[in-house]
Design a protein around this ligand. Sequence first.
Ligand SMILES: [Ca+2]
Ligand SMILES: [Ca+2]
Ligand SMILES: [Ca+2]
Ligand SMILES: [Ca+2]
Length: 394
Amino acid sequence: MGIGDFDNDGRQDVFFTGNQVSSRLYLNRFTPGRDRLRFEDVTEAAGVTTNAWCTGVTVVDINQDGWADIYLSVAGPDSSRRANLLFVNQGKHTPTGGVRFREQAREYGLADTGYSTQTAFLDYDHDGDLDAYVLTNAEGKVRIAPTQPTNAQGCWNTLIAHDFDRDGDMDVMAGNLGLNTRHKASPDQPIELYAADFDQNGSLDPVLTHYNDGQKCLTPTRDVLTAQVPAMKQRFPDFISYAKSTFADAFRAEELESAYHVQATEFRSMYFENRGGGIFVPHPLPLEAQVSPVYGILVDDFNHDGLDDALLVGNSYASETIGGWYDASKGALLLGNGRGDFKPADHCGINAAQDAKAVVALRRKGGATWILVANNAGPLQGFQCRPPERSPPP
Ligand SMILES: [Ca+2]
Ligand SMILES: [Ca+2]
Ligand SMILES: [Ca+2]
Ligand SMILES: [Ca+2]
């Protein structure tokens, strides 16, 4: 979900990404004097219909012409439809006062095909123009910071760039799987994924591995694996033979040669402190932020102390049956101290306990700010922010 004033009328508009459906653009039609939000779906007229597995949206004025543009991170199995999309705002020129966009990712060199989930735009090298930080799941380049390619591979869902320690450069906060999971990963003992069409029936068979007593083992039960790859029944005729086997016993080297292979060594959601010179130092977020996967991060000064805070939301109902749902989060508010440390707030009034995928703030001039939480296959939730409590006059 992305917020931007796409038609430059002073009212903030909303963009939703879709995966099995098209993404949608809603223009804000709020009329002053009527305290009700009203939106109009202008997706088709604006030319932002999508037919790809769109994951994250970033609102950015990519060409600095004063009109907000839309960058979409795209994943999905079909390589012909996996390039990231850049909808460049053509300015207000339709007869009805609407907006038009033109897809130009390739022209801008941003048609990344690395199964990306979210992108942040920041001036990485301090040369005065915007750079793109793309969070991808591509084989061999799953990483958040170029200087730490080996210890920050995870199941990253989202990231946001912000100067959290107020030293003039952009830091990064990124949402990962979290620690409330049966999977344990470390640089020495990663969780690995191999995917290939092992039984040659035309569909990819993903296989997870983990470490047990220093040995790389298959994570799925024999039932799950043989349902996926029936040929494995011959290799492991019974449960005992399966239980005693390691990953090396299960697959032959030639079967793995061409397999898609990625690994995760870190599941904690993190704050990456920009130390300059391309160095980002990882700091795990507090435990309250690790109870579920983080899919959405919103930065604002929520407690009005002049220092920016972060609101994190996310759950996932998409996990395999045996692991169960990730649904422990109701949203976590981390209060910043302006030096890059975060303290969880006791209570923030947000109840984002569904399959939350994104959070944004919808601000209105002279009106209340709404925090919007998008839920997968569920309703959009809106939470109205309370104005700051004023201290009594002396
Ligand atoms: Ca608008
Ligand atoms: Ca623009
Ligand atoms: Ca900084
Ligand atoms: Ca604050």
